[in-house]
Write a protein that binds this ligand. Structure first.
Ligand SMILES: Cc1ncc(COP(=O)(O)O)c(C=O)c1O
Length: 448
């Protein structure tokens, strides 16, 4: 990002880079100390749902902080955490309604970490101590802690730490555009879902505790939704094998895809749902693990004590932010606004679809992505070193539009896309600005 050079004491994401200081947020826009206003087309990594700078949220947080900012969860519960837990369960799939529980964390990685331990202890509580492995999918992302990385399939993010993380098994994702089996839906008969069954048959299913997946893969594949029938087949395999099913909705949950949780597009009822990001729209660090009654009941009948904890779990101020964001989503009917806003964004992006290097524009609701390919007919990706996604990001930035680039969607290394996940309040005019910036970026990165 071009900016005045700032001396910094922060251990930044990239120590060679200068970062402008974000000074004010307003709706879909961020103003920085470099004098520029940026259009936040990616919601800062699919976090910001209600928009930046909503004063009610800060007021609710201040009020809670003045009343009681912190009370340790070994000794107290707090009213905002109780309230948010029941609200989140009420919008979750039906199987969470009667007796579900919520474990609040400070973000998505902690939610994944919590779920991994929660399922392990579930099998101890139910007298099945052989079960501990958690199977996941290639090209997925479940967080940056060592536990979360062990289930992540994002090759680049795992690579440096490979010696430190266990490998429990990764099966193929459901990704028709680059089908790992070279098949076409629906004639494929969901070969990707059956890959889980094949893996379990070949790899001692009696040691498997859970399967974790993103119903709509966010960062790594770039807004790839499961096809019809996939989640039902996966659920059936898990049920048959006595394996718990975890839906990671850290990115796709809390309305981002047009339903409160993406798994509701297919009527899926997982045992555990992880969410984060949009749950407090970036106003406070917050994540959540939704636990279905049958899992909670195993604990109730067993030791009742989960051997896990964070000092800041269920934080009163963070959950107060979550409630204020929830109030705002409801008052402004923003859950219902995502689908039409997503359609407007998609329509705006239709102008770039014919570009010879735009392979696919895809996604659900306001979780969308554009994949760039070297050859549109064969869907061949660019070599990694060409750095296309990053070049597009930089070129769009010249028009003050912020996007989220990633590589690796095809095979973990190759494949370039940018993710678009703007706040739910994005207007059709702002969507036009996003599409215009990407069109210009395409012209710059691929001059004719
Ligand atoms: C699907 C998914 N799970 C987990 C995480 C980790 O969340 P956090 O970065 O809040 O720790 C992310 C973050 O991008 C994510 O997209």
């Amino acid at each position: 990002m071009s900016s005045a050079s700032h001396p910094t004491s922060l251990f930044s994401r990239n120590l060679r880079k200068n970062y402008p200081v974000a000074v004010r947020g307003e709706g879909c826009w961020i103003a920085a100390d470099d004098g520029r206003r940026y259009l936040d087309a990616s919601g800062q990594a699919a976090v910001v749902s209600i928009g930046h700078g909503v004063p009610e949220i800060g007021r609710a947080m201040a009020e809670q902080s003045n009343q009681i900012a912190f009370a340790h969860t070994t000794q107290f519960h707090s009213a905002p955490a109780e309230k948010l837990a029941s609200r989140v369960l009420a919008i979750a799939p039906r199987n969470f309604h009667d007796g579900g529980r919520v474990y609040f964390t400070s973000g998505g990685s902690e939610a994944t970490e919590t779920a991994l331990k929660l399922v392990r202890q579930y099998f101890l509580e139910t007298n099945q101590p052989s079960r501990y492995r958690i199977i996941s999918r290639q090209q997925s992302y479940h967080g940056s802690t060592l536990g979360a990385m062990s289930v992540s399939g994002n090759v680049a993010r795992r690579a440096p730490y490979a010696p430190m993380i266990p490998e429990w098994g990764h099966v193929t994702p459901c990704f028709c555009y680059h089908c790992p089996f070279g098949k076409t839906f629906p004639e494929c008969n969901l070969a990707c879902a059956d890959d889980l069954e094949a893996f379990l048959r070949a790899n001692d299913a009696s040691t498997v505790a859970a399967f974790i997946f993103e119903p709509v893969v966010g960062a790594t594949l770039g807004a790839v939704a499961a096809v019809d029938g996939y989640t039902a087949r996966i659920a059936e395999i898990c049920r048959k094998r006595g394996i718990l099913l975890i839906a990671d909705e850290v990115m796709s949950g809390m309305g981002r895809t047009g339903k409160p949780f993406a798994c509701q597009h297919w009527g899926l009822e997982p045992d555990i749902i992880l969410t984060g990001k949009g749950i407090a729209s970036g106003y406070a660090p917050l994540g959540a693990v939704l636990v279905a009654p049958r899992v909670a009941e195993a604990y109730e009948k067993g030791t009742a004590a989960f051997m896990h904890g964070f000092t800041y779990q269920s934080h009163p101020v963070s959950t107060a932010a979550g409630n204020a964001v929830f109030d705002y989503l409801e008052a402004h009917k923003l859950f219902d606004h995502v689908t039409p806003a997503g359609e407007a964004l998609r329509k705006a992006l239709s102008t770039i679809e014919s570009h010879p290097h735009v392979g696919q524009v895809r996604g659900l609701g306001l979780l969308q992505a554009i994949e760039f390919v070297k050859d549109k007919a064969t869907r061949e990706p660019f070599p990694k070193d060409a750095g296309i996604a990053e070049k597009i990001r930089q070129a769009a930035l010249e028009k003050d539009v912020l996007t989220y680039p990633t590589q690796g969607c095809v095979d973990g290394i190759r494949g370039d896309h940018i993710l678009l996940a703007p706040p739910f309040i994005i207007t059709p005019q702002e969507s036009q600005l996003i599409a215009g910036a990407i069109q210009l970026a395409l012209g710059k990165v691929f001059p004719t």
